[in-house]
Design a protein around this ligand. Structure first.
Ligand code: SF4
Length: 292
């Protein structure tokens, strides 16, 4: 019996993998647009409890190859604590090939290069990371707690350690007033990193998040779907990553779903957005089927 604490979130790509909760909540929990863990007090789960759950999971799924460590930023754990968990996982799941985790820039910057390399050697080899925006004004408005240079540096550290990075950008997060700066600066940021995966989400604010969000962003006006698609087009046009990047825009929040690989599919992706802009609403996922 696994004693999950809810709400429990995991990346869509981890739907068929083992979810092991090693913390509860998010150690930062201040991003103004995010209400995921507002109802949870941050806690580190005792190692004994984690080991017991690994034993239970290994009995049910002995062939499992991939494990996701929840909750919101489990990379905040001390490296020695994470290594204990990783070693126990390797011993319990003999076919284990990948352990992944949500991480913040703060988590990555707090670890030394050698600590990250050690974690990678023990199969912590995929980091899910919310970039959101590369614009300094917006990073302050959404109270992300880091600046663009820190985001770049943290992603470069993960890459240097040999970890793959799956990153997200939020279309519409600058509203009408900052749409140009948001897209330009975010593309500039990505172009200085070597992320493995890049996804664009579309901003949605639930009732719990709205008050905190508008407190720091009183000049915010939500973009229409057409304006969001125009952001998507401009973003794709400005992206010039140094490496091959797998691009997706297929989150539940997206009005238009896209998938391709940079640089090979860049022009096709741009054409698909242009075409959707010409067709209008009929080309988009109906709003009732979307969620952030
Ligand atoms: S966006 Fe991530 S880092 Fe920010 S509060 Fe939410 S879970 Fe924590």
């Amino acid at each position: 019996m696994i004693n999950y604490s809810y709400p429990l979130y995991r990346p869509p790509a981890e739907a068929n993998n083992i979810i092991l909760q090693v913390t509860h909540g998010c150690s930062y929990n201040h991003c103004s647009f995010c209400s995921m863990y507002k109802s949870k007090k941050f806690e580190i789960k005792a190692l004994e409890e984690v080991y017991q759950e690994i034993d239970t999971l290994a009995q049910s799924y002995p062939q499992a190859k991939k494990v996701f460590l929840a909750d919101g930023d489990a990379l905040c754990l001390e490296t020695s604590h994470l290594l204990e968990i990783l070693k126990y996982l390797k011993k319990s799941f003999t076919k284990l090939s990948r352990v992944s985790v949500y991480a913040t820039a703060q988590n990555l910057l707090e670890k030394s290069d050698s600590e990250l390399a050690l974690l990678k050697d023990n199969l912590l080899n995929l980091i899910y990371f919310g970039i959101e925006t590369g614009n300094e004004v917006l990073l302050k408005k959404i109270t992300k707690g880091v600046n663009a240079q820190q985001i770049i540096r943290s992603l470069q550290k993960a890459t240097k350690a040999g970890m793959k990075t799956s990153t997200t950008v939020i279309l519409g997060i600058g509203g009408v007033a900052y749409t140009k700066e948001h897209i330009k600066d975010t593309a500039v940021l990505i172009n200085q990193t070597e992320v493995t995966y890049l996804s664009t989400l579309q901003l949605g604010l639930d009732e719990d998040a709205k008050r905190g969000f508008f407190k720091h962003f009183d000049d915010f006006n939500m973009l229409t779907d057409t304006q969001v698609l125009d952001e998507q087009r401009r973003f794709l046009e400005l992206l010039e990553p140094k490496n091959k990047v797998i691009f997706r825009s297929n989150h539940a929040s997206n009005a238009l779903h896209l998938a391709g690989t940079f640089p090979k599919d860049k022009q096709r992706l741009i054409n698909e957005v242009r075409q959707a802009l010409e067709i209008g609403e009929a080309a988009l996922v109906p709003e009732m089927f979307r969620g952030f």
